[in-house]
Structures are given as structure tokens and as C-alpha cells.
Design a protein around this ligand. Structure first.
Ligand code: UD1
Ligand code: CA
Length: 459
């Protein structure tokens, strides 16, 4: 029988105190909604409906092309939200997973187990539950003396006795698809919040004598519902531990995993060494035996094997095997550094390709340049690529030697094996094998210092 899924993502998330809809807040680099969607994908739903409402267009963008959408124009409660998906799912045979978009830690494995449990027990409804040390804020699972689930009671509606219950509703359920929409016709707003509660369908099924069950999560962490920034930070730290643990199991060394931030889609090969305070974001990939020291900050960077990135930032760029970067370098988007390139301290590279074994050791700006192999940049070199309106290219051929403090005014080509003298302002192309000197000649005035006030003889 087919699986379907409904993700609830229409709420504002008042307790977040944010302009951004709650489900668009990120955990480890992707929105909570994407985390939920990825977990849901594990059950391979033949139809996936995301209920959107508050700032619907913004929310829709995140899953565009991956999910269908149902609009809930007024947020009248979780039960009302599920009703909005009826036109997409009415009359279909199968089971429907309903999950809240604010539970980013639930895993695909748990959802698969939940579905299997539901199907094998022939339930009409199965609730994913967990045992909480501090259940405050969650709906409580109320069981009868035989241990059967009879209803879910929300925090605000719970009696003092019910508030003692530690088994909580994670906000994830599986229902018989047809029976779900029938039961929803019978819910009302007679409760402390004046909302249509999805949770009320459980007692409706029970009263109709239908089979309701609960599947208890082993790991309470998975059930975390993020309603405020405190829970968001908790979700971050649980996710960080989960991500870093997976990398360690794959053979990556962390000097301080608690102080290392790695986003979900980052890939790291074995024998990479990661010091404390390293940040790896987006689609970053790191090759084996590379060392990332304290302060390495990589965004969408592809780093080869055996590289050393020392306290530097690299964005949307490719760095080949054996490259050394930093300390304090900035590799900006669109750059590629070939094998064994060295980029030293206070060097900025932007939109440039640098060939094998070339070196810029100190205080240099390389922008919109095509640099060959074995090129050496002296300290203080600047490619002058921008006249205030347009960007121009600098091409530097293999084996060229750019003297310290050269100002290379683009568009410009420096030929193979050419040399620019230190302190030159280079405005014309330099042919192959040539030396370019673009600086005024020095003049020495003999003995003239004797007449100047700084001279000891004048004091
Ligand atoms: C809900 C459950 C509670 C459970 C908890 C788990 C109900 C009545 N309560 O409470 O038993 O313990 O989740 O985290 O279901 N939403 C809509 N439209 C609405 C209202 C909510 O789409 O009209 C969405 C929200 O965007 C959110 C999700 O449903 O993603 C849950 O809503 P929320 O208000 O956070 O419910 P809780 O109070 O946490
Ligand atoms: Ca919630």
C-alpha cells in the first residue's frame, strides 16, 4: 500500500519572535523544513503535501518542485491544517504520515520504523511518542489501565494528573488515509487554545472502537519540537554532535568536536585533521590528509588532499592537492588554485585561476587573473582590475616573476619567464623573456642630509 505524507508548515512560530517563518530557520545550514522533508523522503511517499500559510511564498520556494502544496489561509490549528491537504489525498488507499515542520531532528530510520509498526499492527492511527524528562509544552499521551492509548491532551488542557505524564506526542503520526479525513470532520475548537487540534482524532478513533497505537522513540532528542530560540540552539547542538560523530566514525580527527561547526552536506575524506573553531559550510568537500587549522572558514569550497588551510577563509573556490593557504588569507568566489600553490598571509584572491606551484606569499591582491604555473608574486603585488566601472583581466604566463610592490594595471598580459622590477607600475603588456621596469629613477644628492634638521650635526 502507498505511503503519503503531509508536512505542517503554515504557522508563524510566534514564540520565535522572528520575521522569518519558523520552519525556515536553519539548523546546521539547512531549514528545519528541509530536514523534515529529507527524513520524510525515507518512506518514499507517492504524494507529498506541504501545508503552507504564513508567508506561504517564502516557504514554498524551499521545496519548490519537490512537494505539492496546500494553502491554509488562516492558522486555525494543526487539525485544520491537515484538512487543507484533503483535496490532494481524498479517497486514496494507503497510509499518511503527518509530521510537523518544526521537528528537524527526526530521522528517516525512525519514520520507516513507525510506518512498519503501523502497518504490521493494522492500526488506524499510530503516534510517534517519546519519553521526556521535562515534558512541559508537549501534548501528553494518555493510556488506560491496559496500557492502550486513549487520547492526547495538550499542555494547556492537561489536568494536574495528566501533566505528570512523561510520554509525549512528537507531532508525527501515521493514519489510514481515508479514515483520517473522515475523523477530521468531527473535531472542534472546544479547548484552551480555541484551535482545531489534530490530536483530537485519536479519541475519535478510540470511541469508534478503532485500533490506535504508539511507537516510542528510543532517543528523545529526535522528538525535539522547535518553538523558540532556546530549542533552536538545542537542535543545533544535537545536530552538530550527530554530524561530527558521523565524520569521526568515517576517520576524520577532531581536536574539539564541540567547537567545530560543520553543515549537513559537507563531505570529508578520512585522515583529515580538524582543529577547534573550524567552520565548514554549504557544499564544501575536503580531501584526505588535509589539515584545517583553528579559524579555517570554508563555504562551498572544494579542497583536495594533503592541503593545509591555516586560519583563512575560502568561498566558492577549488583548491587542489598540496596547496597551502594562510594564515589570514581570503580566497573569494570563482577562484581555483592548482596543485602545490602557496597563498600566504594577507593575500586575497578573487575570480582567478592560479597554476601549479605558483606562489603569492605576502600582502597581495590577485583579482580576475589567469596565472600560469611556477609564477612568483613578490610582496605587495596588486592586480588593478577595476576602473570604477569595468573589471579587466590580467594574464600572467608560466614562470613569470612579479617583483615586490608591482602594480599591474589590467587589461594586461605578462609573458612567459618575464620579470617585472620591484616597485613597478606596469601598464603595457610585457613580452616573453623580457624585463619590465616601470618606476622613476633614483637620484642621490651627496652630503645633502647634513643640512637637514633631523641630522645629528644640526642638534
Ligand atoms: C503540537 C501538538 C503537540 C505535540 C507538539 C510536538 C497539536 C494540537 N499539538 O503542538 O501535541 O506535542 O506539536 O512538537 O497538534 N501548524 C500549521 N497550521 C496551524 C497550526 C500549526 O501548519 O494552524 C504547523 C506549524 O507550522 C508547526 C506544526 O504545525 O510546524 C506544529 O504546530 P505548533 O503550533 O508548533 O504545535 P505545538 O504547540 O508545538
Ligand atoms: Ca511545535
Amino acid at each position: 500500500m502507498s505511503n503519503y505524507a503531509i508536512i505542517l508548515a503554515a504557522g508563524k512560530g510566534t514564540r520565535m519572535k522572528s520575521d522569518l517563518p519558523k520552519v525556515l530557520h536553519k539548523v546546521s545550514g539547512i531549514t528545519m523544513l528541509e530536514h523534515v522533508f529529507r527524513a520524510v523522503s525515507a518512506i518514499e511517499p507517492t504524494k507529498n503535501v506541504t501545508v503552507i500559510g504564513h508567508k506561504a511564498e517564502l516557504v514554498k520556494e524551499v521545496l519548490a518542485g519537490q512537494s505539492q502544496f496546500a494553502l491554509q489561509t488562516e492558522q486555525l490549528g494543526t487539525g485544520h491544517a491537515v484538512m487543507m491537504a484533503e483535496s490532494e489525498l481524498a479517497g486514496l488507499e494507503g497510509q499518511t504520515l503527518v509530521i510537523a515542520g518544526d521537528t528537524p531532528l527526526i530521522t528517516g530510520e525512525s519514520l520507516k520504523e513507525l510506518i512498519d509498526f503501523h502497518v504490521s499492527h493494522k492500526n488506524v492511527a499510530t503516534i510517534l511518542t517519546a519519553t521526556a524528562d521535562n515534558p512541559f509544552g508537549y501534548g501528553r499521551i494518555i493510556r488506560n489501565e491496559r496500557g492502550e492509548v486513549i487520547k492526547i491532551v495538550e499542555q494547556k488542557d492537561a489536568s494536574e494528573f495528566e501533566q505528570q505524564v512523561k510520554e509525549i506526542n512528537t507531532g508525527t503520526y501515521v493514519f489510514d488515509n481515508k479514515r483520517l479525513f473522515e475523523a477530521l470532520k468531527n473535531i472542534n475548537t472546544n479547548n484552551a487554545q480555541g484551535e482545531y487540534y489534530l490530536t483530537d482524532v485519536i479519541s475519535i478513533f478510540r470511541e469508534a472502537g478503532e485500533k490506535v497505537g504508539a511507537y516510542v522513540l528510543r532517543d528523545f532528542d529526535e522528538s525535539l519540537g522547535v518553538n523558540d530560540r532556546l530549542a533552536l540552539a538545542t537542535a543545533e547542538s544535537v545536530m552538530r554532535r550527530r554530524i561530527n560523530k558521523a565524520h569521526m566514525i568515517n576517520g576524520v580527527t577532531f581536536q574539539n568536536p564541540e567547537a567545530t561547526y560543520i553543515e549537513v552536506d559537507v563531505e570529508i575524506e578520512p585522515d583529515v585533521l580538524i582543529e577547534a573553531n573550524v567552520t565548514l559550510k554549504g557544499q564544501t568537500k575536503v580531501g584526505s590528509e588535509t589539515v584545517l587549522t583553528n579559524g579555517a572558514y570554508l563555504v562551498d569550497a572544494k579542497i583536495g588532499a594533503g592541503a593545509v588551510i591555516t586560519n583563512s577563509m575560502i568561498e566558492e573556490s577549488e583548491v587542489a592537492d598540496g596547496v597551502t593557504v594562510g594564515p589570514y588569507a581570503h580566497i573569494r568566489p570563482g577562484s581555483s588554485l592548482a596543485k602545490d600553490v602557496h597563498i600566504g598571509n594577507f593575500v586575497e584572491v578573487k575570480g582567478s585561476s592560479i597554476g601549479e606551484n605558483s606562489k603569492a606569499g605576502h600582502l597581495t591582491y590577485i583579482g580576475n587573473a589567469e596565472v600560469g604555473s611556477n609564477v612568483n608574486f613578490g610582496a605587495g603585488t596588486i592586480t588593478v582590475n577595476y576602473d570604477g566601472q569595468h573589471k579587466y583581466k590580467t594574464k600572467i604566463a608560466n614562470n613569470a616573476f612579479v617583483g615586490s610592490n608591482s602594480t599591474l594595471i589590467a587589461p594586461l598580459e605578462i609573458g612567459e619567464n618575464a620579470l617585472t622590477a620591484a616597485g613597478s607600475t606596469i601598464t603595457r603588456d610585457v613580452p616573453k623573456d623580457s624585463v619590465a621596469i616601470g618606476r622613476s629613477r633614483q637620484e642621490n644628492k651627496d652630503m645633502y642630509a647634513l643640512k637637514l634638521p633631523h641630522h645629528p650635526s644640526q642638534k
